[in-house]
Design a protein around this ligand. Structure first.
Ligand code: FDA
Length: 306
């Protein structure tokens, strides 16, 4: 628990970020969780997952962007990504963080960028808005709702709910009533106890409750976890309620529990792998290390080899 907390704190350290990003060996270790630094580098990983019957959600790494030029470059990369997915006939959608599209600069700028992205995505592409720390929860849900209920009535967009947040039971009911597409995950940020359940048992119990609501009444939910207990509970609920395997999908992160990804597909379940790429991999890597501090040994060993 302490290691998790320290690693999540360090995820915000600019000094450590600059050291780790410049270190050739940590960059190499990050490749376990990151498919490459450019679109071109990431595409073979997507093709290989597709060949195993696994669909993909591609994420251009980047968050908390406060510079308009960088926001414009991010939007441009996503537009090129749609083109590449189409040209290479890949089975992939995309995920994005609103702070990469300008939420920290100006909400209207971010909204306009999302409108551009979703318009370019069209019917062929689905865009998932990732959920960031609780500071952004309400703004993210508001912006999502604006896109969903607004004049364009976008339906090619979905959102994420984190089971560690105390508010999530209410949010899920509202999103189910809207017929919105939801990805459910546990939540990856350092949050105060007033906002999030501090005990893993409560986070897990909340996950199971929300998963059941989404499976029974939600619109094609994504059940995003590597936790076999959560996966078993999902399968048990689907079987008990006669919910067919094409009414939802499991989702996991690139490089994590590859064995389980393949097994679930062999057992007839749908699996999507969230596949990040890009140069801003440091906070993402730190959150993955926080989830399983044993991964830290893997990175340190690589760094020491240098
Ligand atoms: P838990 O952390 O309890 O781990 C269960 C088991 O899974 C571990 O015992 C271990 O075996 C394995 N495992 C988990 N993490 C591992 C790791 N890093 N390395 C190796 N093994 C690991 N969060 C968020 O706040 N906003 C978001 O938008 C998203 N999006 C998202 C998409 C997808 C597809 C996934 C799978 C996850 C996210 N997350 C996220 C992250 C999520 O909130 C959570 O932090 C991680 O999934 C870890 O939680 P688990 O459910 O896997 O369980």
């Amino acid at each position: 628990m302490l290691a998790r907390s320290v690693l999540l704190q360090l995820a915000n350290s600019k000094q450590l970020e600059s050291f780790v990003r410049r270190n050739r060996w940590s960059a190499r270790a990050a490749r376990r969780f990151v498919a490459g630094e450019t679109i071109e580098e990431a595409m073979p990983a997507v093709a290989s997952l597709n060949a195993q019957g696994i669909t993909v959600s591609l994420d251009l790494l980047g968050e908390s962007v406060r510079n308009e030029e960088q926001v414009a470059a991010t939007l441009d990369t996503y537009l090129r990504l749609f083109q590449t997915i189409h040209e290479q006939d890949l089975n992939a959608n995309v995920s994005i963080k609103l702070t990469a599209l300008g939420l920290d600069i100006n909400e209207d700028l971010c909204y306009r960028n999302m409108v551009r992205l979703l318009t370019a995505a069209g019917e062929a592409q689905f865009v998932r808005i990732d959920m960031e720390s609780s500071e952004y929860t309400q703004r993210t849900l508001d912006l999502f709702e604006r896109l969903w209920e607004g004049p364009e009535n976008f339906r090619n967009v979905g959102v994420v709910i984190q089971s560690y947040l105390r508010r999530s039971a209410d949010d899920i009911e509202r999103l189910i009533a809207m017929r919105a597409r939801v990805r459910l995950c546990k939540g990856a940020y350092k949050e105060p106890d007033t906002v999030a359940f501090p005990d893993k048992a409560d986070v897990d119990a909340s996950f199971v409750r929300l998963m059941k609501r989404l499976l029974s009444d939600g619109n094609y939910p994504g059940i995003a976890t590597h936790d076999e207990k959560m996966i078993d509970a999902t399968i048990a609920h689907a079987r008990a309620e006669n919910i067919p395997s094409d009414r939802f999908e499991f989702q996991m992160l690139y490089g994590i529990r590859r064995d389980l990804q393949v097994k679930l597909v062999k057992d007839g379940w749908r699996m999507r792998v969230y596949t990040p790429f890009g140069t801003y991999w440091y906070p993402y890597l730190m959150r993955r290390l926080a989830e399983r501090p044993a991964n830290l040994m893997f990175v340190l060993k690589n760094m020491l080899k240098g």
